[in-house]
Design a protein around this ligand. Structure first.
Ligand SMILES: [Zn+2]
Length: 268
């Protein structure tokens, strides 16, 4: 078996992806990832799968060890990450059931460790937080998906107030989520290509007129669309070109080797 060069990080309600996977326990300088990594084949490619929240949703968004998750994947040889997630919709253009491949994010988390950098000058370029190549693969795999949009990532675990939600919508942002940051920037720091596909499970509190967002409705909506999302991901895996030295990794070449955030990782 060759080592996996692509990984899928499953979000809420998305705890398995591969048929008859081999499980590997991986430790990292940052501790253990959310779960053992599952390895298997999809569309002729070796793929790693990691449930972001751990088995049985052990880790809420603010307690996920994002650094361990990304480091563990990279240490196995992964260079591309597809990161599905559940989101609330903030605009009429992103109704429940829609799939969205966002092109921007806004960080409204607080207190999360969001870097591997501990010394020196290593400032990851993040103007475009998602890999354009992987975004294209996801859009090609999901006809009808919304191309682009801004996802605001909140600290959670509570949902937004109506006032917060209205203020996000007023900015023109289209999605709200609790896990997209720091996952995306940690991937960039390790030179991994990374893109997300978001499933809109509900309208956020400022948009809908009922009793606000509730967890049961979010999980039920996600479950209803899970098989469709898995199909899109399998197709995107098959469509994704093999890893190439694009801008997601090339920026590291300009960083002093003593201060590279990925120092200590072995890379093919
Ligand atoms: Zn890339």
């Amino acid at each position: 078996m060759s080592s996996p060069t692509l990984a899928v990080i499953g979000g809420s309600g998305f705890y398995s992806f591969l048929d008859e996977p081999r499980e590997v326990e991986v430790d990292t300088p940052y501790g253990a990832p959310s779960a053992p990594l599952a390895l298997g084949s999809v569309g002729g490619r070796e793929v790693a799968f990691l449930p972001r929240h751990g088995a049985g949703h052990a880790f809420p968004p603010h307690r996920i060890n994002y650094r361990a998750n990304l480091w563990a994947l990279a240490s196995l040889g992964v260079r591309q990450v597809l990161a599905p997630c559940a989101v609330g919709g903030l605009q009429e253009t992103t109704p429940p059931g829609a799939l969205v491949v966002p092109d921007q994010l806004v960080d409204r988390t607080s207190g999360r460790v969001q870097t591997f950098v501990e010394s020196g000058a290593a400032h990851a370029p993040f103007a475009d937080p998602y890999c354009p190549t992987l975004r294209s693969a996801l859009l090609d795999a999901a006809p009808g998906a919304v191309d682009g949009g801004t996802m605001v990532v909140i600290e959670g675990p509570r949902f937004s107030t109506r006032a917060e939600s209205r203020s996000y919508a007023a900015q023109g942002w289209s999605l709200v989520n609790m896990t997209g940051h720091p996952e995306a920037v940690l991937a960039r720091e390790l030179g991994l290509c990374y893109a997300t596909v978001a499933l809109v499970t509900d309208l956020d509190a400022g948009v809908e007129t009922g009793g606000g967002v509730d967890q049961a409705a979010v999980f039920a909506s996600f479950a209803a669309h899970l098989e469709r999302l898995k199909g899109v991901l399998a197709d995107a895996v098959a469509r994704a070109p093999l890893p190439a030295a694009d801008g997601c990794v090339a920026w590291l070449d300009a960083v002093d080797p003593r201060h590279r955030p990925d120092r200590g990782l072995t890379r093919d």
